[in-house]
Unconditional design. Structure first.
Length: 775
């Protein structure tokens, strides 16, 4: 009975499924998450908390280098291999850029931009999220997102000198460490006091207090909360969410150096992802998602990946040579905060509303921050690419004087009206920010600068030292030195302002994705990262991205939780693994019948793990198994049964022993135990202690077929499998597990490399009309 389809070497083409896709058990996952940054790492980690969910995370970069863990080294990571190192025109700013192009860094490594960022942990104004919801993003009000902020966070609150902490607003048991600088620097304390003297309220900027503004638009001030661990090392979404589980959680697969090139679509359904290996030969590979693909590549690249997959404006995509599905007409747009960028850690912020934003006058568009200026001139020059960054223009002696205190006020314009765009370019995207191209923006930004510079007149900062504002000579010569001059500030902004790295809204809620982050008009595809924010935040973005990851994972788990359970029941893996009967290898499920032989409606299901029992009760109790029929699930109580069961007498036990055939029974018992071990192991691997030498081939027969073919069936099957496997390596034993519902045959090789090759060759082949799974 030669039933393998084709000879070895030809059989791989037979894996083709519908629409030309080549999904096999080995390259198919429940969920494929693309991008392991702020949001993607959270999505992958949370989804894989369910051991029944097989999750693949594709990340274009590697693990972060050691420097990434050192907070002050963050600037030095830009323009290296772990930065996408994109560049783009400034639009209405950046007149003094060397070649008119601004650096647009973003992390290309696990942790994404949380591995390269400046670590300020700022959530935004509660009004930002309420506005998202008012705009149609149901479920995204401040009240509704706060639990997700709290879920991820672990605030180290005893390290909060002089900072107000609203404990209600924070999480203390989540994976993401948030801390304060301790001890606080004197200049930072002086800045916070000066802000208070100017009318700002010292309060926790990550709490509801952030929403309060006085009549002059002044809100709260506080030293920064940072994503820094208790040991002083950077916390990133990699260190918090992935590192603790990688290699330990067998259902979480992380593929580094894997740059997704497109989402694979079968009609209007996302079925997988094509990626290119960024190392070695640069092979192109495909992976498949049984349930969903989640795109979390950040604002620039998520938009790029959708566009490259043919999801976007049809005409534009045709110009870019992309074959477009005729399903959608997404408008992609991009908004971002900007400011005079900091090189040292920026230490404290006060939040301000200029009242000038046409679309929302109460928006907190200004963020006034204090930075300690400890960086090297070379870093400024490298990261900001300013052409007149010369000693003569900037007075380096005073800026970088080691023994004299110096600081920097950083004015961030958080809520612009102008928007930019992302277009495909080569393997990546071209980004055009169009900063300050909307007529209202310059006035808003100037207002924030003028408000912030007044801090220097407050007693606390005045008394702090003999402060001098260093104005670049190129400006003072043309516009004078009056710091209340709008012309001077606008020229300063247009010459030297740069991005502050918070691009958002390229795949916005209600524009490209619905309130559950699902891409409109495509099944099985979500986006979860900064790109879904409908508008720029009144603050930094990492905290909100992590919140988005938490919320998206929760939405997905709610949608598929029960599905995963059901699937796992059938395959006997994951949380729902059944105990198998070692005699029959069938799942231990007992349906009770009455004396008349009819089902009583009760069943006893025996699981391999106690934890599975709890999960079964949690998920299946009250489950509507078919319309109108809800099942009641509870833990079995054996006390009563034990009381009733009569024990066998010594004579009866002896008689039973004489009927046993110890050797045959023992062999059968061991084989069945192996099956059980394989069925309940997380990865399906069989390891006899010398490396993986035993391969499990599934779906080679059905018990019905075996019965029909007669006594020789299993011997012939073993011979045939042996013949095929002999072509791969030295086979020591072939053991069909008789009567097994999944048609299992175990093959033992001499070498583990032969076992690996067998898995590679056999997985996905056809055998007797079935697709073989090899583990
Ligand atoms: C220099 C810098 C400083 C910052 N400072 C702060 C700060 O102090 N505080 C703050 O709150 N925020 C800060 N931010 C912003 C914040 O870090 C980001 O907003 C946030 O990390 C964005 O999260 P994300 O999940 O959208 O994308 P990211 O965190 O950027 O993650 C995207 C991931 O997707 C991967 N990826 C992209 N394309 C592909 C592809 N095709 N295939 C596979 N993988 C892909 C990337 O390599 C990356 O790992 C800063 C950002 C930068 C760049």
């Amino acid at each position: 009975m030669r039933r393998f389809a084709g000879a070895l070497g030809q059989c791989r083409g037979l894996r083709q499924r519908t629409a030309g896709f080549a999904a096999t058990a080995a390259n198919t996952y429940d969920f494929v998450v693309v991008g392991g940054g702020a949001a993607g790492a959270v999505v992958a980690a949370r989804l894989s908390e369910d051991p029944g969910a097989k999750v693949l995370l594709l990340e274009a970069g590697p693990k972060p280098p050691p420097d990434a863990s050192v907070p002050v080294a963050c600037g030095g990571l830009q323009q290296t291999a772990v930065d996408w190192a994109r560049r783009g025109p400034g639009g209405g700013i950046g007149q003094k850029l060397k070649d008119g192009m601004m650096n647009l860094p973003s992390g290309k490594m696990l942790g994404g931009s949380t591995s390269i960022n400046y670590m300020a942990y700022v959530r935004g104004d509660p009004g930002d999220f309420d506005a998202w919801a008012a705009g149609g993003a149901e479920g995204w009000t401040w009240k509704e997102v706060l639990p997700y902020f709290r879920k991820s966070e672990s605030l180290i609150s005893d390290a909060a000198p002089e900072a107000a902490v609203d404990k209600e607003a924070h999480g203390f048991g989540g994976p993401y460490s948030v801390s304060f600088r301790n001890p606080q620097r004197d200049d930072v304390s002086a800045f916070v006091r000066a802000a208070q003297e100017q009318g700002y309220k010292a309060a926790d900027y990550n709490s509801s207090a952030r929403a309060e503004l006085d009549a002059a638009g002044r809100g709260v001030v506080s030293p920064h909360q940072f994503s820094i661990k208790a040991n002083g090392r950077r916390e990133s979404s990699y260190t918090a969410f992935l590192e603790p589980h990688m290699g330990k959680r067998p259902n979480l697969h992380v593929q580094e150096h894997a740059r997704a090139s497109r989402v694979l679509l079968d009609g209007q359904k996302a079925v997988g992802v094509e990626y290119v290996e960024e190392v070695g030969l640069g092979e192109t590979k495909q992976v498949y998602a049984r349930h969903e693909v989640v795109v979390s590549c950040g604002s620039y690249a998520s938009a790029g990946l959708l566009l490259r997959s043919g999801l976007g404006p049809k005409d534009e995509l045709a110009d870019d040579g992309v074959d477009c599905q005729d399903t959608s007409a997404f408008d992609e747009y991009l908004k971002t905060g900007r400011g005079l960028a900091a090189t040292g850690l920026y230490e404290a912020s006060a939040f301000y509303s200029s009242g000038l934003k046409p679309s929302n006058p109460s928006a907190q568009d200004g963020q006034i921050s204090f930075c300690c200026c400890t960086s090297l001139p070379s870093l400024w020059s490298m990261n900001f690419g300013i052409k007149d960054f010369t000693e003569d223009n900037w007075n380096f002696e005073k800026m970088f004087h080691e023994s004299q205190p110096s600081g920097m006020l950083l004015f961030t314009f958080n809520r612009p009206e102008s928007s930019g765009e992302v277009r495909l370019a080569g393997k990546d995207v071209h980004v055009q920010h169009n900063y300050l191209t909307h007529e209202a923006d310059a006035a808003m930004y100037v207002a924030t600068c003028k408000e912030g510079i007044k801090f220097l007149d407050q007693p606390s900062l005045k008394g702090f030292g003999d402060l001098e504002v260093l104005i670049p000579k190129a400006l003072s010569e043309r516009f004078g030195t009056d710091l209340q001059s709008d012309a001077l500030w606008e020229a300063w902004i247009r010459s030297y302002a740069q991005t502050i790295y918070h691009p958002v809204a390229t795949c916005a809620l209600n524009t490209v994705v619905d309130s559950e982050c699902r891409v409109f008009q495509v099944d099985g595809l979500r986006v979860a990262d900064a790109s879904i924010m409908p508008d720029a935040l009144s603050g930094n973005t990492q905290a909100a991205c992590i919140m988005i990851g938490e919320k998206a994972a929760d939405m997905i788990a709610r949608q598929y939780g029960r599905l995963l359970g059901k699937r796992s029941c059938i395959t006997c893996t994951g949380v729902w693994e059944f105990m198998l009967d070692v005699e029959t290898c069938a799942s231990k499920i007992r349906i009770y019948t009455g004396q008349d032989g009819r089902c009583k409606g009760d069943a006893l299901v025996t699981f391999a793990n106690a934890a599975s029992v709890q999960l079964a009760v949690k998920f299946l109790h009250e489950y509507e198994i078919r319309p109108g029929c809800r099942i009641c699930v509870q833990q079995a109580d054996f006390e009563e049964v034990e009381k009733k069961s009569a024990k066998l007498s010594k004579e009866e036990l002896k008689e039973l022993a004489t009927t046993r055939k110890p050797d045959a029974d023992r062999a059968k018992y061991i084989a069945a135990k192996n099956v059980l071990k394989e069925a309940v192991s997380w990865s399906g691997e069989m390891d006899d202690g010398t490396g993986r030498r035993i391969v499990i081939l599934k779906h080679l027969f059905s018990p019905e077929e075996a019965e029909k073919e007669g006594a020789e069936f299993y011997t012939e099957l073993a011979q045939e499998v042996q013949e095929e496997c002999d072509k791969i390596g030295q086979v020591l034993r072939v053991t069909p597990i008789e009567q097994h519902l999944q048609g299992i045959v175990c093959v033992k090789f001499k070498l583990s490399s032969e076992a690996e090759e067998c898995i590679r060759v056999m997985d996905g082949r056809y055998f007797g009309g079935r697709t073989v799974e090899a583990h």
